[in-house]
Design a protein around this ligand. Structure first.
Ligand SMILES: [Zn+2]
Length: 442
């Protein structure tokens, strides 16, 4: 009488789009560049080279932490995380261990009906590694990505299905893009997800206490789209449930997602924190942030997408789905609010409809969008005399359909609306036509 209960926590890495790398002045824009063309003694880990933290990268990490509702302590430091892999030239990665930039945040997702909150455990800054390229039986290393600033966001194990993970990731992506600190493109590897997945068995009717965890967990890597994230988690849950039902315990390990087979495959057993021999980075002083500095960054945060959608619903009575779509891209939301201010609050839903239905090109210069929108409103304000004539003509020509309508057949009205719209050659709004027909027929 037990049922399986998925327990999922997330680690998300986001590469910042700063001009230079985390600890040196090499360009951080490595995409499509010739291998090893953007390197120096610091990011190659040569003996004697000293790291100097990128101030913008630290500030942007604070912005992300604050936007995710985290507390940003006034003290933060860097640590060395040791492991041996050819893409890590120093034999350690400069990361943050026990004093990360942000702690204890939360992010809400909403569909207008239900609001769910997920806790953020920590947000820290570290350096990215180089990249291994496997080619013709050889392994080559490109260090252009070595030391590019990377923000790690760790959630609590608050996820219990793959759908919520996907929606959370989409929300995180729009938050980060609204902050304008990263491209957060999963396909390009600017945003990478590593979920920790395990399954607990609960008695029927029993609720999870939030602190009992299975004796193992499986981390999945190589997920490079929202869709694959959902597929990888669903595959893993099914695999683990099968093992558990046969009385076996899944191995604690790291698995990779194969996008051709849609399956996860074992890569290596998972390290514990003590295997990394963390210790404070001796070459970089502890960072101390002043209260006013942190407050200044907080004041500069833009309004975030979901709270903005909720405000548009409250202030303008907009449908949540439309407010949600409009606020996914900051420039579109800014444009929308500018149009409402210009054309009037009474048109707010119609303006939203035109944007959502792509009647105007929101990426065009502002003046062009304004005149396109004005044209849409003008042409929909059909001449009332012409509309009246069209209604009368259509009703006269479709006597049987009119009788059907009068006998209570609602679809008949839809047919008549279509006929009038046709006669008006798209110069009338469907809602206006429906109203004119009802008035005439009733
Ligand atoms: Zn460098």
């Amino acid at each position: 009488m037990k049922y399986p209960y998925p327990i999922i926590g997330l680690e998300i890495h986001v590469e910042l789009k700063t001009k230079s790398k985390m600890f040196c002045q090499c360009s951080a824009d490595y995409f499509g560049k010739a291998p090893n063309s953007q390197v120096c003694p610091v990011c190659l880990g040569l003996p004697g080279a000293l790291p100097v933290p990128n101030k913008t990268a630290v500030e942007w990490t604070i912005r992300i932490a604050q936007a995710l509702g985290c507390t940003v302590p006034e003290r933060s430091k860097f640590d060395r995380k040791h492991y041996f892999y050819p893409d890590l030239p120093k034999g350690y990665q400069i990361s943050q261990y026990d004093e990360p930039i942000g702690i204890n945040g939360r992010v809400a997702i909403s569909d207008g009906i239900e609001r769910k909150e997920f806790r953020i455990r920590r947000v820290h800054i570290e350096e990215d590694t180089g990249k291994l390229i496997h080619k013709g039986g050889e392994t080559l290393i490109d260090f252009n990505r070595s030391s590019v600033p990377l923000v790690e966001i760790v959630t609590e194990a608050d996820f219990h299905n793959s759908g919520d993970v996907k929606r959370f990731l989409e929300e995180l992506q729009v938050i980060i893009r609204t902050l304008d600190v990263a491209n957060a493109d999963m396909e390009k590897g600017d945003m990478r997800l590593e979920p920790n997945i395990s399954v607990l068995y609960l008695e029927k009717g029993q609720k999870w206490d939030g602190k009992t965890f299975p004796k193992y967990k499986v981390e999945v890597k190589n997920i490079n789209s929202f869709r694959f994230a959902k597929m990888a988690i669903d595959y893993e849950l099914e695999r683990q449930t099968k093992l558990l039902e046969n009385g076996e315990t899944p191995v604690q390990e790291t698995r990779g997602f194969n996008e051709k087979t849609n399956a996860t495959v074992s890569q290596r057993t998972k390290e514990d924190a003590h295997d990394y021999r963390y210790f404070p980075e001796p070459d970089i002083p502890v960072m101390v942030f002043g209260k006013s500095y942190l407050e200044r960054i907080r004041q500069s945060l833009p309004e975030l997408p979901t709270p903005r959608a909720e405000r548009l619903v409250a202030e303008l009575g907009l449908r949540f789905q439309d407010a949600f779509l409009i606020t996914r891209v900051k420039s579109t939301a800014d444009l929308y609010e500018m149009l409402v201010a210009k054309m009037g609050k009474d048109k707010s839903q119609k303006i939203a409809n035109h944007i959502v239905n792509r009647k105007v090109d929101v990426t065009a210069p502002v003046e062009e969008v304004v005149s396109a929108m004005e044209a849409l409103f003008a042409e929909k304000n059909a001449d009332p005399a012409l509309l009246e004539k069209a209604v009368a003509d259509v009703c006269a020509a479709n006597g049987k359909v009119v009788t059907d309508y009068k006998n209570g057949k609602q679809q008949a009205l839809m047919f008549l609306v279509g006929q009038v719209m046709r006669q008006m050659r798209g110069q009338a709004d469907a809602a206006d036509v429906t109203a004119a027909l009802r008035k005439y027929l009733d």
